[in-house]
Write a protein that binds this ligand. Structure first.
Ligand SMILES: NC(=O)c1ccc[n+]([C@@H]2O[C@H](COP(=O)([O-])OP(=O)(O)OC[C@H]3O[C@@H](n4cnc5c(N)ncnc54)[C@H](OP(=O)(O)O)[C@@H]3O)[C@@H](O)[C@H]2O)c1
Length: 317
């Protein structure tokens, strides 16, 4: 199976940037369909990337763009639906339906679909995980037997441009005051975005991955409190973390969920009621050795305190 060009939905986001640049570095052209091409001009500078606007919820609008493509990648996902009470359903389920329909009519037989660890239409504790599970199942059901689907179910993803470590870094840097942390015992196995991108690229043409659903995790498990401590340490900040009780965590989610941009919502709180860790990490069977946060995070969260000290010593010398 030779893939020369891939059509990507959500290719303008954090994970999309990493997958797109890896694909073009391998000589595979990328057509990124986006709602706002003006906001993502940086992608255009990559040779082999085409950025076009399209109504990605409409199969008829997607179909003509697929004519020149050999495969399809769906990375669209949202963590909060804001005031649009159908937001999760639209982004995680309706969009999948439109994408599969467009693939069927355009004769595309390969689709890589981004889901999430713990996505589950039966027991998803939050609307995010519930609708992610619905979309994942729908992709496999509607695609069968003509479209070969592979789904990816990562824990929280880290890397340059992430909204996990970077968000906590921003919050911790705001002021030297105690940091009230909701769900401090929630557990994660952060997975490197480069490893996630490699999983997509390795499987693109691998028939063994057809119909598979891969859980993707990093090599270590951390509580949220440990990860926030780690972030502060990387920034050289001393911050007292106040562990919120379950009731206080919920209250914080209720309050912040009403604020513009919903920095933390009840749905986020519910997602964290189930540990985001792999019973079986499929990265290993894809031949990818998962990178640790220590290998990557210090490179983009700023210098470690040791590097800062060395840098100061050099300047003084
Ligand atoms: N980041 C993580 O830690 C993590 C963990 C597990 C799973 N995932 C999944 O991985 C995928 C990519 O995540 P990411 O962190 O790269 O997300 P991201 O940076 O927010 O990018 C997602 C892209 O989806 C498109 N999009 C966003 N909201 C949309 C909406 N309401 N309707 C249609 N399109 C919309 C946007 O593209 P345009 O603006 O160009 O239209 C955006 O660039 C998502 O499916 C997410 O659920 C992420």
């Amino acid at each position: 199976m030779k893939i020369n060009k891939v059509c990507i939905l959500g290719g303008s986001g954090f994970v999309g940037h990493h997958i797109t640049s890896k694909l073009v570095s391998k000589g595979i052209q990328c057509l990124v369909l986006t709602r706002n091409p003006e906001q993502h001009k940086d992608l255009r500078v990559l040779p082999g990337v085409q950025l076009l606007t399209a109504n990605i919820f409409d199969a008829e609008a997607i179909k003509p763009h697929l004519a020149s493509c050999d495969a399809f990648i769906n990375l669209v996902g949202i963590l909060n639906e804001g005031r649009n009470k159908q937001g999760f359903k639209q982004a995680h389920v309706n969009l999948v339906e439109a994408a599969i329909k467009a693939c069927h009519t355009a004769g595309i037989s390969r689709l890589l679909h981004m889901s999430a660890l713990n996505a589950n239409p039966g027991q998803g504790p939050s609307r995010y995980l519930f609708t992610k599970g619905e979309g994942e199942n729908l992709a496999h059901k509607l695609g069968h037997p003509n479209i070969n689907i592979t789904s990816f179910r990562p824990s929280v993803i880290f890397g340059s441009g992430d909204s996990f470590f970077n968000r906590f870094a921003d919050l911790l840097s705001l002021a030297p005051i105690p940091f009230p942390l909701a769900c401090p015992d929630a557990r994660f196995a952060p997975v490197y975005v480069g490893d996630v991108a490699d999983a997509f690229i390795h499987t693109l043409t691998d028939s063994k991955s057809f119909g598979q659903r891969y859980n993707l995790c990093g090599p270590r498990i951390f509580t949220l409190e440990e990860l926030v401590h780690y972030t502060a340490q990387q920034l050289g900040l001393k911050r007292k973390i106040i562990r919120l009780s379950d009731r206080a965590s919920r209250l914080q989610a209720e309050i912040l969920g009403r604020m513009p941009g919903q920095p933390f919502s009840i749905d986020n709180y519910l997602s964290m009621q189930v540990d985001s860790i792999c019973q079986h990490n499929n990265l290993l069977e894809l031949g990818i050795a998962p990178k640790d946060i220590d290998d990557v995070v210090p490179l983009y969260l700023g210098f470690t305190s040791k590097q800062r000290r060395l840098s100061r010593q050099r300047q003084a010398g």
